[in-house]
Ligand binder design. Structure first.
Ligand SMILES: [Fe+2]
Ligand SMILES: [Fe+2]
Length: 303
């Protein structure tokens, strides 16, 4: 992470009351895939915050500590913004999303929040074993978050650069919601990797969890997007990844090849997220984001 850059929360608000369901005109497939990423994220982002609050007491470096705190504040706002603005927007358009939200909560609040325990009784050795297991489990969770954050950085960089989304008939509020989130993912891209390493995480742990995370994330994404597409008579019935590939040729989704390439890059032992995107690109977007500028104006008025 850049030595002198502070991660600050931006208290943005989004009004999607006028946003159409097909917010990328003539490309509902891309809109459903992007909506589904952001439908799944809040459960994950709240889980990130819980794990990071557990990790914080072990962070000895002052700059990393500030980055972790900044990361938690940003992710909490991401999760709340999507829960309030995006979920209400989809429900208002008659899309049933509770099935997808239940799947996301099953993964992040059920599966990944399970605590490993051994019934060894209450004695010195049992307490030491339990303590070491808790620390090991915390490190595995940090490795999982680091892998997910690699993909959120890749998607964040893509959404900032996707020229097809600059078309004037793309809904400006949803575009700003996704780009503000993407820019903050680019901005805080190094925190998860650096925190995992700081707490003794190994390259092998990082690689192993990435191998698991990529197919699981793609499966969740396909399940969520298909669940919404199946409710929309305007969307045809081709194979999900064929539809994705067609949208990527129109420039409204990243290519599947680029995502597989990003997954392979993460396995490089010398990988570091700093080289994956540019902080300046994120800062440039904040300077022109209507929601970020409105949030700054509200803060100035309240000061
Ligand atoms: Fe986020
Ligand atoms: Fe993030």
């Amino acid at each position: 992470m850049t030595a002198d850059h502070l991660l600050l929360p931006r208290r943005v608000r989004f009004d999607l009351s006028r946003s159409p369901l097909h917010w990328i005109p003539h490309d509902p497939d891309a809109a459903y895939v992007m909506n589904s990423i952001h439908l799944l994220l809040p459960a994950g982002e709240f889980w990130f915050c819980r794990v990071y609050n557990q990790a914080l007491p072990y962070v000895k470096d002052a700059k990393l500590r500030a980055d972790v705190q900044g990361f938690v504040r940003q992710e909490a706002i991401h999760a709340r913004s999507h829960e309030t603005a995006l979920n209400d927007y989809l429900r208002r358009h008659g899309i049933e999303i509770d099935t997808v939200l239940r799947a996301a909560h099953f993964v992040f609040d059920g599966l990944l929040d399970q605590k490993l325990t051994l019934k060894l009784g209450n004695n010195f050795i049992a307490r030491q074993v339990q303590k070491r297991m808790a620390r090991w489990q915390l490190r595995q969770r940090l490795a999982i978050i680091a892998a997910i954050e690699h993909y959120t950085c890749i998607l964040g960089k893509w959404v900032l650069e996707a020229e097809a989304l600059d078309a004037p008939n793309v809904d400006a509020d949803l575009r700003d919601l996704f780009r503000w989130h993407g820019a903050e993912e680019v901005e805080h891209r190094c925190v998860a990797h650096d925190l995992h390493a700081h707490l003794g995480g190994t390259t092998l742990e990082r690689q192993a969890w990435a191998v698991v995370a990529f197919p699981v994330l793609m499966a969740l994404l396909a399940y969520s997007a298909k669940h919404m597409m199946n409710q929309d008579p305007a969307v045809g019935g081709r194979f999900f990844f064929t539809r994705w590939e067609r949208a990527s040729r129109r420039g409204t989704l990243p290519t599947l090849e680029s995502l597989v390439g990003a997954a392979l890059r993460y396995l490089d032992p010398d990988y570091h997220p700093d080289g994956e995107a540019s902080l300046q690109d994120a800062l440039d977007y904040f300077a022109r984001s209507p929601a970020v500028q409105a949030a700054l104006a509200r803060e100035r008025a309240a000061a």
